[in-house]
Design a protein around this ligand. Structure first.
Ligand SMILES: NC(=O)c1ccc[n+]([C@@H]2O[C@H](COP(=O)([O-])OP(=O)(O)OC[C@H]3O[C@@H](n4cnc5c(N)ncnc54)[C@H](O)[C@@H]3O)[C@@H](O)[C@H]2O)c1
Ligand SMILES: N[C@H](CO)Cc1c[nH]c[nH+]1
Ligand SMILES: [Zn+2]
Length: 890
């Protein structure tokens, strides 16, 4: 093999030759000065080289180290530095050894004793040597007969180098530069062969002494130079050749001959040797041609690898891409997406992704988030597959191939200056000291200078499809989340407290010794300031009052017919679990909203679960409320693990009968999972989702009030849903509201959240209240605010909503905290069939009946007849045996 060298101070014009040399490996570029890179840039612009070394003519010093790093970062495979510089200047010894080649001159190896010392010192600092033999006589002799002395010394050198060079234990490259005016006659092939066979070395050959053509006097044919050190182990002299694509995937196995290799170099296409038909120009008849990217020999030089870009249907004559059948994995996916891009069925999901970049981008972000949250091997593989799929759709949509992506990876692998790799501010979770807790739905990043604005639609201008889409909430992939929470639930069920403690460490980064604290709680842990206590006490009173009033403690008694009395009475659910979210906010208000109705109902045991603070304690405000509502225990855990502990019980956590409370997707999914497990014997309040608000406003509404209400829910999370229905609003009124939204939002501490939730929210202009109420009832919002002149009048038209706020002075925040109503309400449209949490949530009703003899006489024949109809004789008989007696008595 040879190492071509190009002197950039000379004109290089033979593009074909350079690109063919690029096929076989490294090319050394001699540049005048390490700092003069204009010539180099121009050259690289013309000739896209894969692997090149930089070898400056001018000596370099410490001041050049930055430039050396620059060149390596920009793609130089290796840099050749004089050995004395590497040894004499510490800066150079800090460069990565696998990218450094030591330049050694002949006088440095003339005394073999010195060589040992030299090699020992260079050991581990470089990955190869470039040795210049500058004595003309030596060179000319070498060309002709290879002087024994020289080879002996050189042999010694290589052996010493191979023994001493670390870390690889062997040298990857020894290049030999023969500085001579002599031309490289074909006789030098013998020399090249010996160099590579005996010494694993290569002859450095100037490009002007190389040719692509055969039989050019005084020039060396590159195919010959390439093949001279190959040795076929076949009687026909052919070489087994593996043909792979640019990503290294095997397309098929063929044969090459010296002649076919020569043709491949010349045409830069896949040319092979057919044993039956001679030279085989792949694709000449089928059109499935191959662009040649690289030719490599294997470790012992008896077989080849052609790296090609395959065009057309594929490599195999059976029209598959490979001779081993169809591709799988990413390659197969790429092919499928490429064909879907050309023709996919209308309405197919992939086509939707190609056409709707917003949808595609949201999916990429969603999947990236889910991958970050994945913990088990299976989940990580699953989420990565999802992310690869959507990323590849983006690539294919924009004509980017997997090869392009891998080219970047390879390029980056060459960089030695590493970026710090920190996440951009908005993605930097490390400050929270809780890397796992990533918002579950994050949408496109919003520039901070952008107007914070809701989308606007006019009901008279949209069609039914659009109206229906406005009524919908984002799809929750509950199956994916369930897939993640099931292993957590099973684990807590099996290993109890131990698992609970482990998951709290994993997800909340808190090491606990016990997962539960029991009442009486320590006063020190409940210490809060006076104004907070007063506010909590006031809220407690109002909420208590309203929820107490909901409790009808009387027994319902009805005599349905003479002697037949039916009654109904309520009983508290004995043990209830209350989940108080704690991932991103502290929520004493939620503790009030769940604890008070449970207390009013008279539940015997109230157990609160909430993720602990970083110090392993419960937020004092939450503990204060826990104490006020009479909770017996607080479980220091969140997420699916807390729900599992409440559902199945552990050594320290009592099993409960019902679990109530909002939470993130893990909490909701876990609640649904345990409810569906009949062996858990546990019920839940309702499925929960992101907070929602729908405001109906007319021209009497105050723009700043309307905007403040919308923002109060929009600040909950990036997935909050807020809707404004404007009833025949004037354009000025509407723009006043929009201006207020932007103004107020810009001043909020949680402006980053609002920047995401507000642009996803919308204003719907309608002509009258009938249209407004119809839309609102169809939407079934969690909260409904009526900012109307005659707001009271419209309450009776409300059919579906979690809680209603009537008139300009009823902000939704009052219901969230302290007016008395409950803030745990149905979201996602569930207001159509669910009520919010109330006192009844913690009660069950038992009915009873009492029949006198007279009553049974009056009812007995009806029951017996119906039992006959159902052919349930025992039922009939239970009445019959009594009726018989009664009739006997009469
Ligand atoms: N509707 C309501 O009445 C109401 C009231 C208050 C809060 N909320 C909602 O409740 C939610 C609270 O969510 P939150 O995250 O702040 O707190 P959270 O307590 O619901 O969730 C935190 C827990 O999630 C678990 N978790 C986090 N990352 C995980 C992962 N990768 N895998 C498995 N588990 C993981 C952890 O165990 C952590 O303790 C918000 O969506 C908020 O809007 C609703
Ligand atoms: N609005 C939320 C329910 O959708 C509850 C809440 C708690 N704190 C403030 N708000
Ligand atoms: Zn709220």
């Amino acid at each position: 093999m040879i190492l071509p060298i190009i002197n950039l101070t000379n004109q290089v014009s033979d593009e074909k030759l350079v690109s063919s040399l690029n096929l076989i490996g490294d090319i050394i570029l001699r540049i005048p000065d390490i700092c003069e890179t204009t010539t180099l840039s121009k050259f690289l612009e013309t000739f896209q080289l894969d692997n090149y070394w930089i070898f400056p003519f001018k000596d370099i010093g410490s001041q050049d180290i930055e430039q050396v790093i620059n060149l390596l970062d920009q793609g130089a495979h290796k840099v050749v530095i004089p050995s004395f510089r590497i040894l004499g200047d510490k800066n150079f010894s800090t460069l990565p050894a696998n990218r450094l080649i030591a330049h050694i001159t002949s006088h440095e190896i003339s005394n073999i004793e010195n060589v040992k010392e030299l090699i020992k010192n260079l050991s581990g600092l470089v990955s190869g040597y470039l040795i210049t033999i500058s004595n003309d006589e030596t060179v000319s002799k070498a060309m002709r007969s290879v002087p024994e002395n020289f080879l002996k010394d050189f042999n010694n050198f290589v052996q010493i180098a191979q023994k001493n060079l670390l870390p690889s234990g062997g040298i990857s490259k020894v290049g030999l530069i023969l500085q001579s005016n002599n031309s490289y006659l074909s006789s030098s092939l013998e020399f090249i062969k010996r160099l590579s066979e005996e010494f694993s070395a290569e002859l450095v050959v100037p490009i002007d002494q190389l040719t692509l053509d055969s039989n050019v006097n005084g020039l060396l044919n590159i195919a010959d130079a390439f093949t001279c050190s190959l040795k076929s182990d076949r009687s026909d002299g052919l070489f087994i050749t593996a043909v792979v694509d640019e990503r290294g995937l095997l397309l098929g196995v063929v044969y090459s001959s010296i002649e076919s290799i020569r043709e491949a170099f010349k045409t830069k296409t896949g040319v092979y040797q057919s044993r039956k038909r001679g030279l085989w120009y792949k694709g000449a008849t089928s059109g499935s041609v191959q662009e040649l990217k690289r030719i490599q020999t294997d470790c012992d030089g008896d077989s080849l690898r052609f790296v090609v870009k395959q065009h057309g249907t594929g490599f195999c004559h059976l029209n598959t891409r490979t001779c081993f059948g169809d591709d799988s994995g990413l390659t197969a996916l790429e092919n499928t997406l490429q064909s879907r891009k050309l023709s996919s069925p209308t309405g197919s999901y992939t086509q939707r992704l190609f056409q709707d970049s917003n949808l595609l981008h949201s999916k990429i972000i969603e999947e990236a988030n889910e991958l970050c949250s994945a913990t088990t091997k299976e989940n990580i593989a699953w989420e990565t597959a999802d992310l690869f799929y959507f990323s590849l759709v983006k690539c294919v949509a924009n004509g980017v191939s997997l090869t392009d992506v891998e080219a970047h990876l390879n390029q980056r692998a060459k960089k030695i200056t590493r970026r710090p790799g920190n996440a951009k501010f908005e993605w930097n979770k490390s400050n929270e000291n809780n890397e796992e807790q990533i918002p579950l739905i994050v949408t496109n990043e919003q520039p901070t200078n952008k107007i914070i604005k809701m989308q606007r639609f006019n009901l008279s201008k949209i069609d039914d499809i659009k109206r229906t889409s406005l009524l919908q909430r984002p799809i929750i992939k509950s199956s994916d989340i369930l897939f993640k929470v099931h292993p957590i639930i099973d684990d807590v069920r099996k290993r109890g407290d131990l698992a609970l403690i482990e998951y709290t460490l994993k997800f909340d980064k808190v090491q606990l010794t016990t997962p539960v604290i029991s009442s009486p709680f320590s006063p020190d842990d409940m210490k809060i300031d006076d104004s907070t206590r007063q506010a909590i006490d006031q809220a407690y009173e109002n909420i208590y009052k309203f929820h107490d009033a909901q409790y009808d403690r009387s027994t319902l008694i009805v005599e349905t017919m003479p002697g037949v009395t039916c009654s109904r009475f309520s009983r508290p659910i004995e043990k209830v679990g209350i989940y108080v979210p704690g991932g991103t906010a502290i929520l004493p208000s939620t503790t009030l909203m769940l604890g008070i109705p449970a207390k009013v109902a008279g539940c015997k045991e109230i157990i609160i679960a909430s993720p602990p603070r970083k110090d392993g304690k419960v937020v004092p405000e939450v503990l204060y409320v826990a104490h006020k509502v009479g909770a017996s225990k607080v479980v220091l855990a969140g997420g699916a693990q807390a729900i599992a502990a409440l559902a199945y019980g552990t050594k320290t956590v009592p099993k409960v009968d019902k679990i109530c409370g909002p939470g993130n997707q893990y909490v909701t999914a876990a609640k649904m999972a345990v409810q569906n497990d009949s062996s858990a014997m546990v019920s839940i309040d309702m499925p929960a989702g992101p907070s929602e608000l729908l405001v109906i406003a007319d021209n009497t509404s105050v723009p700043s009030y309307v905007a403040s209400d919308l923002l109060s829910q929009a600040e909950h999370g990036t997935d909050s849903q807020v809707v404004l229905i404007g009833v025949s609003l004037t354009p000025e009124h509407l723009s006043n509201i929009e201006n207020e939204i932007h103004k107020q939002a810009s001043q909020l501490p949680r402006v980053d959240i609002v920047r995401e939730s507000i642009p996803k929210s919308f204003i719907l202009e309608v002509k009258d209240m009938e249209e407004a109420m119809k839309f609102s009832n169809d939407y079934a919002p969690e909260h409904l605010i009526l900012h109307l002149d005659d707001a009271d009048k419209w309450v009776e038209k409300v059919q579906n909503a979690g809680s209603v706020f009537v008139g300009a002075y009823s902000p939704e925040s009052c219901g969230d905290y302290a007016s008395g109503t409950n803030h745990t309400l149905p979201t996602y449209g569930y207001a159509r069939m669910y009520s919010g949490v109330n006192t009844l949530t913690f009660l069950k009703h038992i009915t009873s009946q009492k029949l006198t003899k007279e009553g049974l006489k009056n009812l007995g024949y009806t029951v017996m007849r119906l039992a006959e109809v159902e052919e349930l004789e025992a039922h009939r008989n239970a009445v019959h045996v009594r009726i018989k007696d009664i009739e006997k008595e009469c």
